[in-house]
Design a protein around this ligand. Structure first.
Ligand SMILES: NC(=O)c1ccc[n+]([C@@H]2O[C@H](COP(=O)([O-])OP(=O)(O)OC[C@H]3O[C@@H](n4cnc5c(N)ncnc54)[C@H](OP(=O)(O)O)[C@@H]3O)[C@@H](O)[C@H]2O)c1
Length: 284
């Protein structure tokens, strides 16, 4: 949709700045949600192997009838048990996981493939990344990136591999704005993508300061929060299974947060995450 701005990734690929996330959407409901989203105008969809809804996501995309090349499709490599990702066997396992995702999605390429969690307690992820580089070089995915990486993990990646991730998808919303990591990304040409951009629809959307800004612009708090993401240069992927909210979350053009609004939003930061601290997260 023409009103959704794009971010140009470090390999020249354009990525819509607003996309649609499907975490916690059951597979059998994913097709309807994704179809509604694509029909409403979303052109970027974010799923993951662990969401177990790649089949429904792919189905929804096909039902919407928009040509595949007009869509930007992301999925993520899961931690996959206690699997040893090292050596040739690790590399082969990554390629198998990738093929399985493509099969489920019903597509023959991805736009973006992400390492879902860094799991630094398991040592180097260089071998996984080298397999990602192979997928990129072979044209199986148009970009490769990471998720939940901090500065230490990104630095380790720079030191051991050759392709700089196009994207790092991390928890980010006004309560947890990640200024330091965003500055680090900017320095290294990595686009910042926000997960749980609406704070999972919890306390954030009840913030009185945000309600005041929303009233001033005649918008909803969710629209103000998503507008904030766009204005700070972040990619946001709000999730909703509610058709009216799916449309509402896309309707964020036509107004601008001013310096006073941005300062008031900055004041709401709590520094508290909703999700786990990635440095200690080792869920299988
Ligand atoms: N890489 C990672 O580790 C990671 C982790 C978490 C999430 N993600 C990605 O980020 C996406 C978004 O994050 P998220 O799903 O955690 O949370 P979110 O998008 O911040 O919030 C979703 C919640 O907000 C509600 N909501 C949506 N629009 C609303 C509106 N306009 N007004 C009021 N409530 C609204 C939704 O309810 P309804 O659905 O009932 O409408 C849902 O409960 C995920 O779907 C996933 O793709 C990635």
């Amino acid at each position: 949709m023409s009103t959704i701005p794009s971010i140009t990734l470090n390999n020249g690929l354009a990525m819509p700045q607003l996309g649609f996330g499907v975490w916690q959407v059951p597979d059998e409901e994913a097709s309807a949600a994704v179809r509604t989203a694509v029909e409403a105008g979303y052109r970027s969809i974010d799923t993951a192997t662990i969401y177990e809804n790649e089949v429904g996501t792919g189905l929804g995309i096909r039902q919407a009838g928009v040509p595949r090349e007009e869509l930007f499709l992301t999925t993520k490599l899961w931690n996959s048990g206690k699997r040893d990702w090292s050596g040739q066997a690790g590399r082969d396992a990554v390629l198998r996981e990738f093929d399985a995702s493509l099969d489920k999605l019903g597509t023959d390429y991805l736009d973006l493939y992400l390492i879902h969690w860094p799991r630094p307690m398991h040592g180097s992820f260089a071998n996984i990344w080298q397999a990602f580089e192979e997928l990129l070089a072979g044209g199986r995915t148009r970009a490769i990136g990471v998720s939940n990486f901090g500065q230490a993990e990104l630095t380790q990646l720079f030191e051991t591999t050759s392709v700089v991730p196009a994207v790092n998808q991390v928890e980010l919303h006004p309560h947890f704005p990640q200024q330091e990591l965003r500055a680090f990304h900017a320095q290294h040409g990595i686009a910042t993508e926000a997960w749980s951009p609406l704070g999972q629809g919890k306390e954030l959307l009840g913030e009185p300061a945000l309600a005041k800004i929303a009233a001033k612009h005649g918008r909803t708090v969710a629209q103000v929060v998503l507008r904030w993401h766009l204005q700070i240069g972040v990619i946001a992927i709000p999730k909703s299974v509610t058709p009216s909210r799916i449309r509402e979350n896309l309707d964020v053009a036509g107004f601008e947060l001013d310096a006073e609004d941005l300062a008031a939003i900055a004041e709401t930061a709590t520094g508290r995450r909703l999700g786990p601290d990635p440095t200690g997260f080792d869920w299988n």
